[in-house]
Design a protein around this ligand. Structure first.
Ligand code: C2E
Ligand code: CA
Ligand code: CA
Ligand code: CA
Length: 278
């Protein structure tokens, strides 16, 4: 028994080693990818219910590796957070998003999206230079701070400290704050009392089950009540069917995002009429 468990342990150690190697390789390749322009951004619409008109867009990073092909951000963002590259990558993302927003404004005028949101990871938010980087990206592109939404997760602001101070400072600059994946953290409701928040992005997991019989809409209902009560904007994430959209509207949701309305693309269809402010 001792022998097999030793063998098993060795196999486990080798696996861990392989994983560390793979992570180091991926990290090094990301470094090169940043230098050779392998990253680009795609944009997914946030629409108004029930008419489906685009209100604003969320930027999402994409990596096309010359050999691996498409690498999911769910795979490489955590690696970038661990090796610190997210700071530089995140700054690049922010600058590209602001520049793209301004170029749409020029091209589409009143049919351009009214805002753009950018995902910011915990590591970026904790970086002392983060707020000046945001301010500089806005100034360099000529973008109004009101038009930028920074999406942070509950865990990123949970610890208080530097991250919360950064969020407060951004908010003072006029930047909107969205809590991403809302409802999945450990202290969702408490955070609403301690962090300045404008937008609640209600997690896909609460939308997935919304049309099932039983008590599945209970949480989605509670969250829209909290959001309305606090005067926040709720956005339902991951809406994949017309039925889900209809139920959400019924519950009082006015904004949604998901494959049903549009996948993330390089150039969303902005020519639809009547884009109002969020
Ligand atoms: P997230 O911020 O919660 O982004 C939403 C994710 O759900 C995106 O995946 C989007 O493509 C996907 N999605 C949208 N609608 C639907 C739907 O109807 N059904 C399903 N199944 N999925 C939907 P993506 O682009 O693969 O990004 C995954 C995660 O990676 C993001 O989750 C975010 O945490 C992170 N990420 C992506 N781009 C960035 C970025 O620019 N910066 C940072 N820091 N993180 C990013
Ligand atoms: Ca997000
Ligand atoms: Ca989300
Ligand atoms: Ca997520």
């Amino acid at each position: 028994a001792a022998k097999t468990s030793k063998a098993r342990f060795r196999r486990y150690a080798v696996e861990l080693d392989d994983r560390a190697d793979e992570e180091a390789r991926l990290g090094a390749e990301m470094r090169a990818a940043l230098d050779t322009g392998q990253f680009h951004l795609v944009y997914q619409p946030i629409v108004s219910l029930p008419d489906g008109e685009i209100r604003y867009v969320e930027s999402l990073v994409r990596w096309t590796h010359p050999v691996r092909g498409f690498v999911s951000p769910a795979e490489f963002i955590p690696v970038a957070e661990r090796n610190g590259l997210i700071v530089e990558l995140g700054e690049w993302i922010l600058r590209v998003a602001c520049t793209q927003f301004m170029s749409w404004l020029e091209t589409y005028g009143e049919n351009a999206p009214s805002k753009i949101s950018v995902n910011v990871s915990a590591r970026q938010l904790a970086e002392p230079g983060f707020v000046p980087v945001v301010a500089d990206a806005l100034a360099a592109s000529g973008m109004d701070p009101d038009c930028l939404i920074v999406e942070v997760t509950e865990t990123a602001v949970f610890g208080g400290g530097v991250a919360v101070r950064a969020v407060e400072e951004l908010h003072r600059l006029g930047v909107r704050i969205a809590l991403d994946d809302f409802g999945t953290g450990h202290s969702s409701l408490t955070l609403l009392q301690t962090v300045p928040v404008d937008v609640l992005k209600v997690d896909k997991s609460f939308v997935d089950t919304i049309t099932e019989a039983g008590r599945h809409a209970v949480i989605a209902t509670a969250l829209i009540q909290v959001s309305d009560g606090l005067g926040l904007t709720a956005v339902a994430e991951g809406v994949e069917t017309a039925e889900q959209a209809a139920v959400l509207f019924e519950l009082g949701y006015r904004y949604a995002q998901g494959y049903h309305f549009g996948r993330p693309v390089e150039e969303p269809a902005f020519r639809v009429a009547g884009v109002a402010a969020l």
